[in-house]
Design a protein around this ligand. Sequence first.
Ligand SMILES: [Zn+2]
Length: 292
Amino acid sequence: MPKLSSEHQYCILCGNDELIPMERYKAAHLCQCLKCHLVFSSQQPTSNEIETLQKGKKWKDHITDDAYRRYAHILDRFEHFRKNGRILDLDCSHGEFLEMAKERGWEVYGTADTREALEICRSKGLEMYEGALNVEIFAENTFDIVCARNILEHIVNPNEELKKIRKIIRSGGLLYVTTPNFNSFLRFRLREKYSIISYPLRLVYYTRRPFKRLFKMNDFRIMETEASGVSISKRQIARAKSTVPITEESDFIEWDEGLKESWLSRFQKKNLNPVFSFLGIGDFLKGWFVKP
Ligand SMILES: [Zn+2]
């Protein structure tokens, strides 16, 4: 059957034209590239679909102590890359991460798509720019560090965008990336009901191999990748069809005020995280990529 014009003809990562539809994930239009194994939506959303999505974007201002601890740990490790002291967080939500970086003396910059996020971040005194991937406004070699947390899954031209991002990082600087792991324990368990799989919210689903390949292809040195993070509590499984955007932080954010993190989910996180990470079936891929 001929492909519709709104469908991808080639793999968005490696350009191969052998794409096999994934029947089980039909609702999200998923296909897989036979060559690089990337999973992505063969369907390109219409501008209407994207607009509706933007309007529905919901964030909570509150992040828990766990998230702060994790941010602090990441920022500790960022110190190794501090030279000019500038850091950019792409699509920085409500700027919690940047606020913490600022407290540590970083010169912080953020981007966001929605007026709400821009206003909230600006009210916190953060330097903000409109457009999550609006990086061309920055001069080349500007940043010690660029963070691309949970945006890769929305990008259907990753090589192109990565080239632009690479330019604004100084030589020896870091690109820190997180994105949902398609090979996560939860996806194997929940299959098409896994809430991460959601069209048109997410269009690209990485596993470790294509994740590494993308950054190698774009001249980054892979310092470290891991597939960690556990969120197997019952309430998240029950919420599998929820429309609330699930991000790396969701595990730590109490979307429903009435629900507190249970001792069981804390236990699971503490004890299963190292195992899942070792097996590569954690919920999130995290990568540390250096521009040589
Ligand atoms: Zn491919």
